[in-house]
Design a protein around this ligand. Structure first.
Ligand code: GLU
Length: 368
């Protein structure tokens, strides 16, 4: 499996490649990457670009400010984003489009579908989508936080078949290459086991927010959607000629043989839970994890609206599934205080079950 057979590619570029000195954008490393995008398109492939670098690009405009302040960071992102986009646009003689997303957008099923629709329409028109997190508006609660995970969410949303994460390291090593001269670069990873995660150290770059751990999380998200994922060194010119020739210049993560269904993948890897439903494990098993009614719920934790994602746990705290609740926490708590038989029946007749069959992602170890 190589990029030769891939049709729709997401390429993620880290901040260190765009603004290596954190004083505005530099084209030094981008030329190669832009040529790679042009050549992929010339071969008939569709490309989406997830570009970091807004904060690093805008940083030099705030010289006398406290750059650890969230307000300043957001302002740096807003100012740097325009410079970053115009830097990319200079390389291309085809149109591009800017999409700024937050986790709040991606975890809302309607907005997620709306993003998908926009991406598909742009690709159909031959327009290059350039995507970043909307750092200027995000709060801790609403942000993805790093563009590695964002790129995997975008790759899944766009139904891509290849994700290339360009970093300042050659790929995944079996131990920290900065401390161990005998560290070995892994060529191919079949499964992201705890042993693989244990190989990651802290972030390697002083620019940007991602480290090897977020890259592995991204690989997990993407490969479970059936997307082959590469971590490569974007500073190295040979990386891109290698990729075009079907070689693997870094570490390649193999896609799952049986990818998750779209809705289950979204719920597992993109949506985040807004509350919890506690059920009796035996009831959950009896229901074959299909459908949950008010009677099956022992307790409700947190505040959530109807349609939001919740975690389903048993009374021992074991995580059973993630699901969309058709009921708000408020309604569920109200029902719990009433004469269950009468109210439950009435409400369920009009709303249906608390969780419907197609809106539940059961955690792997729960599957028989
Ligand atoms: N969205 C951030 C930016 O444009 C980058 C996040 C990251 O480095 O992963 O500066």
């Amino acid at each position: 499996m190589s990029i030769e057979t891939s049709q729709r590619i997401v390429i993620k570029i880290g901040s260190a490649l765009i603004a290596p000195e954190q004083d505005g954008c530099r084209s030094r490393y981008l030329l190669n990457i832009a040529q790679f995008i042009v050549q992929c398109r010339a071969k008939g492939k569709e490309v989406l670009l997830v570009s970091s670098g807004a904060v690093a690009a805008g940083s030099h405009l705030f010289k006398n400010k406290d750059k650890s302040s969230v307000a300043v960071k957001k302002a740096m992102a807003a100012a740097g984003q325009t410079e970053m986009i115009s830097t990319w646009e200079r390389f291309f003689d085809f149109p591009s489009a800017q999409l700024l997303l937050t986790h709040g957008d991606l975890r809302d099923r309607d907005r997620y579908n709306s993003i998908r629709e926009t991406l598909f329409t742009l690709l159909e028109q031959g327009i290059l989508p350039i995507i970043n997190e909307n750092d200027a508006v995000t709060t801790d609660e609403l942000k993805v936080g790093d563009n590695d995970n964002l790129s995997a969410m975008v790759a899944a949303a766009a139904d891509a078949d290849c994700l290339i994460i360009c970093s300042d390291v050659n790929g995944l090593y079996d131990k920290d290459p900065n401390k161990n001269p005998d560290a070995r670069l892994l060529d191919t990873v079949g499964e992201l086991t705890p042993e693989i995660y244990a190989m990651t150290g802290g972030p390697t770059s002083s620019v940007g927010t991602g480290g090897m751990r977020t890259k592995l999380q991204a690989a997990e998200k993407a490969t479970s959607h059936g997307i082959v994922t590469y971590i490569v060194n974007g500073f190295n010119e040979d990386t891109f000629s290698g990729l075009l020739n079907g070689a693997n210049p870094g570490t390649r993560f193999m896609p799952y043989d049986t990818p998750m269904q779209e809705a289950v993948h979204w719920m597992t890897h993109t949506a985040s839970e807004q509350g919890e439903l506690i059920v009796e494990a035996s009831e959950f098993d009896e229901l074959s994890c299909d459908e949950l009614s008010c009677d099956d719920i022992v307790a409700v934790n947190g505040d959530f609206s109807a349609g939001e994602t919740v975690l389903v746990r048993n009374e021992d705290g074991q995580k059973l599934a993630k699901a969309n609740s058709n009921y708000s926490s408020c309604l569920l708590n109200f029902i719990a205080q009433q004469d269950k038989d009468i109210v439950t029946e009435k409400v369920q007749d009009s709303i249906g079950p608390v969780i419907s069959q197609n809106d539940i992602a059961v955690f792997e170890e729960r599957k028989s």
